[in-house]
Design a protein around this ligand. Sequence first.
Ligand code: SF4
Length: 566
Amino acid sequence: MSTTISKLSELESIKVNSNFLRGTIVESLQDSASAALAKDDAQIVKFHGFYEYDDRDTREERRRQLLEPDYQFMIRARVPGGVCTPQQWLALDDIARKWANGTIRLTTRQAFQFHGILKHELKASIRAINDSLLDTIAACGDVNRNVMCTPLPEASDIHRQVFAAARSLSDHLTPHTTAYHEIWLVDEEGRNKVAATPDREPIYGPDYLPRKFKIAFAIPPRNDVDVFAHDLGFIAIAGTDGLAGFNVTVGGGMGATHGDPATYPRLAELLGFCAPDQVEEVAEAIVSIQRDYGDRSNRTHARLKYPLDDHSLEWLHAQMEQRLGYRLPADRPFEFSHNGDRYGWQQTTDGLWHLGLFLENGRIADVGGARQLSGLRAIAEVHKGEFRLTPNQNVIVSCVDAPDRAHIDHLVQAHGLDSYLHSSPLRLHSMACVGFPSCGSSMAESERYLPEFISRIEALLLEHDLKDQAITIRMTGCPNGCARPGLAEIGIVGKGPGLYQLYLGAAFNGTRLNRKVRESVHEDEILVLLGELFTDFRSMAKPDETFGNFVLHSGILQDGVEEAVI
Ligand code: SF4
């Protein structure tokens, strides 16, 4: 059960004392003396879907001038399963232009992020997101976050069923507190008020979870969601008449803390198989185990992967049996081919067309020659289908009728959204987290730096006659793992300004973690090592061998690697 009261982390008492996530947020918003929220409120608002941060680029200068840090807010809009309408896209584009920094950021978990929002603009921004029939509650915080789903499998009927399961589970696990509605959706005239009812959280309880909880639905052969990186995963298994059910995975997580060997990235394990109508009860049982056994004394050691390692998979089965009254049967065979996105036009079994567009690191902006923000707005104004956010920070203009393709193509080309046609396979398989200047945890550049670093690796690949080689590469500004660097064939994790840890050897399909090969290195040292490996890869790799598999067999990885058992 939960750790004893005396050992609880500070955030545990903040949660319990917040009166179901109210805290003093209303008072904090009204306090015009500071651009920040009260300290405890800055923690509670994460459950409402946003973070307070200060601009890291100006922090030192403002400190020298004895000015308050430049406090701003990042708001995250949940998009369960990654599907939104053109009307929703237009509403979010309005928010980006009106209150945020004129850009939209697609996250690695199929959500939208807005940066640079000021305290007095929070309420209007969040209300506008809700007016578009999306929301921000539980986009961050110690609760189940945005539920992910493979956005575009070949079979549209399977997607419909799996997507419906993801949406339904997302609703089932959304916090019940009315604080969100009360604080953000009731306007100055008191409109939108709901009758006051006693708050209760039947799944989470008043102290919510010990840490964030992440769920993904994968549809083989695509593992674009990186299902083994999640606390809980559902792998769709097709039967003769559509969806037969799901293999259930538990205990994944990418985060770690530098210098703390008690924390580590971990792949999820297969737990068994469940029918589609068992998804909610299975998920609720797993969430309740994390609620009861997750470490509430140490937040860096609080994800489900740690109690699972402290006990065993058999222990988890026993816990499940206690809560469900039955044991999950054995998992069923499946195969994953890759964990990246596909670009360009594809057709699904219902005859509709889908256009996958590459948006480097998920940042949508009008900069230089490319006017991607305006281009996607122009597409949203005429598009009759859907937008689907991918787990690799890209977008699919989805469900297009054949006669409409030409006009969409014209808009794509006119706004510089066609970079997928002339980007290298390395770049098309890249991801970076936000990092500087807007993430408070960042230790090194990531989003702003990865594009130019990739250009240098592209030059190396060209030199070695490997320019068409697809290699997954991911960079994060700290070891929290937001861009899932542990599952990249080249993983680069920030350690300090200009300094990174280098990881190599993950599988191309997201079923094997990479391993650290360098502790604190600059770009030049990474390029030298990659150059040596590319030389060997070019001359010694077997036909169709991926770079990660080659590195695994090259002897450079000192320790064993963790592979998913499939
Ligand atoms: Fe911030 Fe670290 Fe996540 Fe990057 S990985 S966005 S630096 S918390």
